[in-house]
Design a protein around this ligand. Structure first.
Ligand code: HEC
Length: 123
């Protein structure tokens, strides 16, 4: 009888825990950094631009930049809208130098790079 009660209590605790799970599992800073280091744009030209510019900071946890693929960190940036983000990239923003250190990026490249790093729609 008491064993049955214990099993029921465990089941109930399991249900409560399952209900509290966030939709996306919470990841450690190390996991987020590892993912950022591993990600690259599928397009070869963008991948080249990215690896020579944005990646130096946006895959570097010490740079203070939102990391590539860290959707939670990018969500408030994405909410600013693409025009505002382009102003930040082109003119520089806090720790980011003007142009994000990409001297051959077109405006379309910058937008594609932002969407790639944010890993979510940015309009
Ligand atoms: C030298 C480091 C560095 C490089 C290179 C760099 N960034 Fe950044 N970037 C930052 C930092 C730091 C921030 C966060 C600034 C803050 O909010 O304090 C940032 C923020 C941003 C933001 C958010 C701006 C906002 O208004 O919130 C965008 C968009 C962005 N970077 C795009 C890019 C793109 C695209 C490239 C490559 C073409 C790039 N960055 C290259 C350091 C860099």
């Amino acid at each position: 009888m008491s064993r049955l009660r214990a099993i029921l209590a465990l089941l109930a605790a399991g249900l409560v825990l399952a209900a509290c799970q966030p939709a996306q599992p919470t990841r450690s800073p190390a996991e987020i950094a590892a993912q950022a280091a591993a990600m690259a744009p599928a397009d070869a030209r963008l991948a080249d631009l990215y690896s020579h510019a944005c990646k130096a900071c946006h895959a570097n946890p010490g740079a203070g930049a939102p990391l590539t693929g860290d959707r939670a960190a990018w969500a408030p940036r994405a909410a600013k809208g693409m025009p505002a983000l382009m102003t930040s990239v082109l003119g520089g923003y806090k720790g980011m130098p003007a142009g994000g250190q990409c001297f051959s990026c077109t405006a379309d490249d910058d937008k594609a790079l932002v969407r790639f790093m944010a890993d979510q729609p940015v309009n």
